[in-house]
Design a protein around this ligand. Structure first.
Ligand SMILES: [Zn+2]
Length: 213
């Protein structure tokens, strides 16, 4: 898919980054990412990915609460299912981001059900910190599951916005084929990013353990 002139203008800041480029921007524009989350971090990730050109569709059955209006949702979206609200607001924000074909990954606020194509990006927390956990198609599904199982829902407020922003960036990097296949980050108030070491599933742990003599 070649970029149109209006797309080159719209995404010029991203295209000029060495890690994105024209090819990378085409990867960001291809395939619909499903977003499952009605909190501040889920709506932030939807807005950032749509702004960057990635088609966005809602997943799950949750409806928007009174906290939802912001720079993506309007007051009239309150009470709508997320799927319906995103179908209305995402094309208004960026026509390129209107949901198209399947197969573009999943970003979800924890707790969530994980299925479908990678990349997967989980937005969670532990009551103090926000957490972002991710896997590419090469990352172990079970290690990812073991890691997110120990996390709670993501925080509200500024930390939730920061988690959503970081989640969008992580997702875009995975779309571009950058970064490790499995990983995570803690966001510690007021704004420090620390490594989150993913947990190992029993199978990967056994494979990594030194073999008995
Ligand atoms: Zn594993």
């Amino acid at each position: 898919m070649a970029l149109r002139e209006d797309q080159i203008v719209r995404y010029s800041r991203q295209i000029l980054l060495r890690e994105v480029g024209g090819r990378g921007q085409e990867a960001l524009l291809a395939g619909t990412v499903r977003v499952d989350g009605i909190g501040v971090s889920g709506l932030t990730v939807a807005a950032y990915l749509a702004g960057g050109g990635t088609p966005v569709a809602g997943a799950g059955s949750l409806t928007l609460g009174p906290w939802a209006p912001g720079f993506l949702m309007a007051p009239s979206d309150v009470g709508l299912p997320l799927t319906e609200a995103l179908a209305r607001e995402v094309p208004a924000l960026n026509p390129d981001a209107a949901a198209t074909g399947p197969g573009g990954g999943l970003v979800a606020e924890l707790p969530a059900a994980w299925s479908g194509d990678a990349p997967w990006v989980a937005l969670g927390g532990d009551g103090m910190r926000a957490a972002v956990v991710f896997r590419s198609a090469e990352g172990c599904v079970w290690c990812f599951g073991e890691t997110v199982r120990h996390l709670g829902s993501p925080p509200d407020g500024a930390l939730g916005v920061a988690a959503g922003t970081l989640g969008a960036l992580v997702f875009q990097r995975l779309r571009l084929g950058l970064g490790p296949a499995l990983g995570g980050r803690w966001l510690v108030p007021p704004g420090v990013v620390e490594a989150l070491e993913p947990r190992r599933c029993a199978r990967c742990a056994a494979r990594e353990a030194p073999s008995a003599p």
